[in-house]
Design a protein around this ligand. Sequence first.
Ligand code: PBG
Length: 338
Amino acid sequence: MTSYGSFPSGAFPGVRPRRLRTTPAMRRMVAETRLHPAELILPAFVREGAGSPVPISAMPGVVQHTRSSLRKAAAEAVEAGVGGIMLFGVPEDSKKDAVGSPGTDPEGILQVALRDVRAEVGDELVVMSDLCLDEHTDHGHCGVLDAEGRVDNDATLERYAEMARVQADAGAHVVGPSGMMDGQVRVVREALDGIGRQDVSILAYTAKYASAFFGPFREAVGSSLKGDRKTYQQDPANVRESLRELALDLEEGADMVMVKPALPYLDVLARIADSVDVPVAAYQVSGEYAMVEAAAANGWIDRDRAMVETLTGIKRAGAGMILTYWATEVAVRLARGE
Ligand code: PBG
């Protein structure tokens, strides 16, 4: 370490970090973290039977897509150089049931949307699907319930295996098991391999917390959840538990791992990124998006700067990929050199 202080000869301050901040060109040159469109992944919702896109009030600017508006959004993402798209299906309420049948129906909205998007973008965008039951169940939990109303881990795994098969059949390049059931990655890997789909990757939601920041998402998927997910999602107080989940996911066959939410968990992200050799993603969730949008709408924060600053912080902490509802907008701005 250089010793800083009175260098060169009594002059103080001898070392002036501000020299490297003098001009935009200088700052650009010495920047340690740069965002790139290809590392951004756009989460998108598609609603069964929607006649036109339905705005999500808690996520200004985000909609529940119709089949055709989703195709358009996917095409725009390709155009902007976005890396991937993560699809969430919102089935009609009347089709939701206790076991989440729309999630395994080849004609369920998520599978229909996967086929639509693949038809639109081919292999030009990495097409991912949420592999979880909460969008499809009438009780809103991420799994099936036992007689006492508790989420039944092992019965849920059988449903996830079936979801993996139908999502792969529908064209998912990557499936994202997000239900935090024990053993979910292994079960999904075996299900995919069992139908000869060794080529489909698994993005494991490794560290997913029981977070208040998922609030707006519940509106986005029309969730009917009462209660909470604390018996399967992690306690925000814990980081060692995430490292344990990480070890399990890797052992079970995860190709990529994810931390979610992002901003309140940058320490978890940094710990995980430092300890693995697989790609690490972070999910800037609905509540993180809503906070910035709401503050900006009130004139309390500079929206565009806050957007880039949050994403830069997430990347700096170690994310190689970031799921963000701003993906296309940011990619377009990056392409313009902003
Ligand atoms: C579960 C799932 C959730 C999110 C993504 N996948 C909700 C939850 O676990 O409660 C949240 C995403 C967001 O808030 O943006 N299928």
